[in-house]
Design a protein around this ligand. Structure first.
Ligand code: IPE
Ligand code: IPE
Ligand code: MG
Length: 236
């Protein structure tokens, strides 16, 4: 365990991050937006390592939303390209660090090549147990809810059999704990269609830091802030 570890008692089990501000990071430096996406993607393994060192068991990263397809085509293509390169470059590193990688979202809408790369990495790391990292790519909370409803309809579930647990089991996150802490970088105060069902009782943390600059100290600050929150879940 590195000395930089916080070793606090009240840690979240599941941290989810809205990785925002790549564009502004680039703009601030007079660089093209894609340079920001590259820097942001390169930051991912650094942040995974920091959360893993702190003992976090589930980390979900919002990388590309169902609404992000609406950006200019060169930006969308560039983002897809950067992701594909990263998967190839980082898989062995993730594997060595005990990371189990999973995907959340409509994978079937991605290119066949990207689907294959994602499935390969998921398979390669499936026996790892140090930290579960879910990459939300082509993810939308409303799409996820609709997909769950479609599954329930196809299964022909009785209305009387449907409860919150049964519904949760049809979401992409089936079997995972709900996020305890949701972090958003770059200062925005909105969910942007992220884990809208699962976030019902999550604690929020926002920081003005742009995603490519979000580092180990920011990880620790977010966890310290969380440890001081009092969660009540509607009770007293
Ligand atoms: C987040 O950075 C990455 C994605 C949404 C894909 P942005 O690209 O949204 O950066 P800003 O918000 O324009 O600064
Ligand atoms: C949210 O960021 C999506 C991701 C981080 C992948 P956006 O930049 O797309 O969100 P809005 O448009 O500011 O709400
Ligand atoms: Mg943004």
């Amino acid at each position: 365990m590195p000395d930089s570890c916080l070793q606090i008692a009240n840690l979240p089990t599941h941290v989810a991050i809205i990785m925002d501000g790549n564009g502004r990071w680039a703009q601030q430096r007079g660089l093209p937006r894609l340079a920001g996406h590259r820097a942001g993607t390169e930051n991912v393994s650094r942040v995974i390592e920091a959360f893993s060192d702190e003992g976090i068991k589930f980390l979900t990263l919002y990388a590309f939303s169902t609404e992000n397809w609406g950006r200019p085509q060169p930006e969308v293509n560039g983002l897809l390209q950067i992701l594909a390169e990263m998967i190839d470059k980082e898989t062995e590193n993730l594997f060595r660090n005990g990371v189990r990688l999973m995907h959340l979202g409509r994978i079937e809408e991605l290119s066949l090549e990207l689907q294959k790369a994602v499935r390969r990495t998921v398979k390669r790391t499936e026996s790892n147990t140090k930290i579960n990292v879910c990459v939300a790519f082509n993810y939308g909370g409303r799409a996820e809810i609709l997909d769950a409803v479609r599954r329930l309809l196809v299964e022909g579930i009785e209305a009387s059999q449907l409860d919150e647990e049964a519904f949760s089991q049809r979401l992409y996150t089936a079997g995972m704990p709900d996020p305890d802490l949701i972090i958003r970088t770059a200062g925005e105060m909105r969910l942007s269609n992220f884990l809208i069902w699962q976030a019902a009782y999550a604690e929020y943390y926002t920081t003005p830091v742009f995603w490519p600059d979000f580092g180990r100290e920011d990880v620790q600050q977010s966890l310290l802030a969380y440890s001081q929150r009092q969660r009540r879940f509607g009770g007293l």
